[in-house]
Design a protein around this ligand. Structure first.
Ligand code: FES
Ligand code: FES
Length: 82
């Protein structure tokens, strides 16, 4: 088994974003999107794929910008240790 490549650190802080209940979002897992924190297709060839999630309620959520969270797509504080 080969090790998964490490994602690119897009930024060492979460993105506070407004999400809408019932809407589907694609969080960038590779860190290469120019449209952070969302996927723009730049993951091609990196071995990463976006993390799709549907917002349960309209709210502000904190999506991981460093891409090293253990609770994707949400920030879990891991960025403070990078
Ligand atoms: Fe990063 Fe798609 S651009 S997962
Ligand atoms: Fe990635 Fe906080 S921004 S864990």
């Amino acid at each position: 088994m080969t090790d998964k490549p490490s994602p690119h650190i897009a930024q060492k802080a979460p993105h506070a974003v407004e999400v809408e209940a019932g809407k589907k979002y694609f969080w960038c897992a590779c860190g290469h999107s120019k449209n952070q924190p969302f996927c723009d297709g730049s993951h091609k060839g990196t071995g990463f794929a976006p993390n799709a999630f549907t917002a349960e309620k309209t709210d502000t959520v904190y999506l991981c910008g460093c891409k090293h969270t253990a609770n994707a797509p949400y920030c879990d504080g891991t960025h403070t240790k990078l």
